[in-house]
Design a protein around this ligand. Structure first.
Ligand code: HEC
Ligand code: HEC
Length: 345
């Protein structure tokens, strides 16, 4: 009611193109949210974000000595120079083992409802303990990580500074909290789409606006909404029809493994779409290499619609406007090992 009144008023007062943009913005703001300082501040729970923690977390993110082989860091699979992902299709970890899923991006991960394609970690600090121990990733143990960190005096000092009231600052838990603090800085504000949401009409061109209109009207926004344009809920993959085995293999039952509920078979967290143009290949299998094809699959398999080439092109153009300012990350100098530091294995 209110919205149509505004639209009608705008249409009579303003040039038609301007009114259309205003209407589109109202519809978009009902579904999506721009990244701003407030969204970051409310996203992290039970972990005060301090400068000391961020600095330590950045070192840990880049430090391959957290892995058993001491050649794999978080950045190996979440390369901050390539949109926070690896080359794909799925990740290569310890001993060249190939993992079952595509690495999702760490950029803006702080905004996701939960972490992993199936949401099995409640937040980033819970998440960070997983890859360090996973045998197909870093293949280490909490005790061994603590031994490594304790053997390097500069790390002991940095943990004391980051966790001043903790009697046991150098711990696996605190490693995870420091990494979470650093990851919370990896946001990409100021995309052209954010600028449009905040009122800048010229931030999107006509094709991109058409793509946004289609994204909303066709129903993509129903699953990919909120501040991360996705990552905000769980949905079956294959609502209208099931994608082929290479895209959705029968062995990976998705969220059912977390909830032990058969109704959650092939349910996944909707993929967050910020910076999506930077990080092909797509889907949890990393099996699709272009956004055109990914959007086509979504339209057919999630919405039961075959979109024209032109409409798909407009949606892909819109998805390109979700690329924001990339975080400026300088490569940290890591404190050197001592004779007590465990050797690579
Ligand atoms: C060998 C490659 C590899 C390494 C090393 C690795 N990750 Fe990951 N990461 C992955 C894969 C693959 C997934 C998705 C797994 C899944 O969903 O089951 C993932 C998921 C994540 C997610 C969830 C993002 C989201 O949108 O759900 C975050 C955050 C993350 N990793 C951070 C880290 C951190 C921090 C480290 C270092 C402590 C790390 N990763 C090390 C491959 C890796
Ligand atoms: C019913 C919910 C739903 C609808 C509707 C939907 N999606 Fe998705 N989307 C998902 C889920 C769930 C995933 C993750 C699939 C997986 O596990 O690989 C996803 C993944 C994607 C990806 C892959 C991103 C990546 O990082 O790998 C793109 C791109 C995408 N969707 C775009 C769209 C577009 C465009 C539309 C509309 C034509 C759309 N989606 C409609 C739920 C939905």
């Amino acid at each position: 009611m209110y919205r149509s009144w505004i639209a009608a008023a705008a249409a009579t007062l303003l040039a038609p193109a301007f009114a259309m943009a205003a209407d589109l913005r109202i519809d978009a703001n009902a579904i999506f949210k721009p990244i701003d300082a407030a969204s970051v501040a409310t996203a992290v729970k039970n972990n005060d974000i301090t400068a000391a923690k961020i600095e330590l977390g950045q070192k840990l993110f880049f430090d391959p000595r957290l892995s058993k082989s001491q050649i794999i860091s978080c950045n190996s699979c979440h390369n901050l120079g390539t949109g926070g992902v690896d080359a794909g299709p799925t990740s290569i970890g310890h001993g060249w083992a190939k993992g079952p899923r595509r690495a999702p991006t760490v950029l803006n991960a702080v905004f996701n409802v939960a972490q992993f394609w199936d949401g099995r970690a409640v937040d980033l600090k819970a998440q960070a303990k997983g890859p360090v121990q996973a045998d197909v990733e870093m293949n280490n143990t909490p005790a061994e990580v603590e031994k490594t960190l304790n053997s390097i005096p500069a790390y002991v000092t940095a943990f004391k500074a980051a966790f001043p009231s903790d009697p046991n600052p150098v711990s696996f838990d605190n490693m995870a909290k420091a990494i979470e603090a650093f990851e919370a800085t990896l946001t990409t504000p100021n995309s052209r789409f954010d600028r449009f949401l905040k009122g800048e009409d010229a931030a999107l061109n006509d094709v991109e606006k058409k793509g946004l209109r289609l994204f909303i009207d066709k129903g993509c926004g129903g699953c990919h909404g909120g501040v991360n344009i996705g990552g905000n809920g769980y949905f079956p993959f294959g609502v209208a029809q099931k994608p082929g085995e290479e895209i959705l293999p029968a062995a990976d039952k998705g969220r059912a493994k977390v909830t032990h509920d058969a109704a959650d078979e092939f349910v996944f967290r909707s993929a967050p779409l910020r910076n999506v143009a930077l990080r092909a290949p797509y889907f949890h299998t990393g099996s699709v290499w272009t956004l055109e094809e990914a959007a086509d699959i979504m339209a057919k398999d999630q919405l039961g619609e075959t979109l024209s080439k032109e409409d798909l092109g407009a949606i892909v153009a819109f998805l390109g406007t979700l690329t924001g300012d990339q975080p400026k990350v300088s490569y940290p100098m890591l404190p050197s090992r001592t004779k007590d530091t465990p050797r690579p294995q």
